[in-house]
Design a protein around this ligand. Sequence first.
Ligand code: GAR
Length: 214
Amino acid sequence: MPKRIVVLISGSGSNLQAIIDATQSGRIDGEVVAVLSNKAGVFGLERAANANIPTEVLDHKAFDSRESFDAAMMELIDSYNPDLVVLAGFMRILTPEFVRHYEGKMLNIHPSLLPKYKGLNTHQRALDAGDQEHGCTVHFVTEELDGGPSLVQGRVSIELDDTSDSLQQKVHVREHQIYPLAVEWICAERVSWSPEGLLFDGQPAPAEGIQFQP
Ligand code: GAR
């Protein structure tokens, strides 16, 4: 049975697009059954509509607490009966209740080589630290912000003339490679989740995630 995937976005949705493309080509044995945004009018919603995927907008500003917003999101997401919830540039902090509800079946992509640079401004922080490498990580979501078990990482080298913008562009290329790959593996049931670590094809995955080879 193809897996049912719900994608949460807040913006342009280029990662959403990469995942849609991989479902449409048949590479991912799954279907994006809904796209939910906490912001109206973002380009990601247009991408979903162009692919005939149902869209939902739930404006967090219309709720008086994080808890009530997350409860409404859960109800909406669950109405699509997802096997997998994919955060693709969804820029909201989630409540522990929400995270626990989707334990083991919610993924996030973060623009750094976790555990480095959790949180925001990751490209500038990598530059400021004088790092020679940067990248992105797809990880399972746990209650620790940007802290759940990593599944796959994509690396880029930092050159002397790189800026935060140029790095962001390079990292985006890797994001669009590793996010569909991670979703493909999960839909093919090659990944088993536990809070202590991941198994990939029955073997323990490296703590920092499988390294994507471009
Ligand atoms: C991506 O670069 C993703 O890594 C980042 O938001 C961007 C969304 O781009 N996510 C985070 O920073 C999460 N903390 P997209 O809307 O074009 O996919």
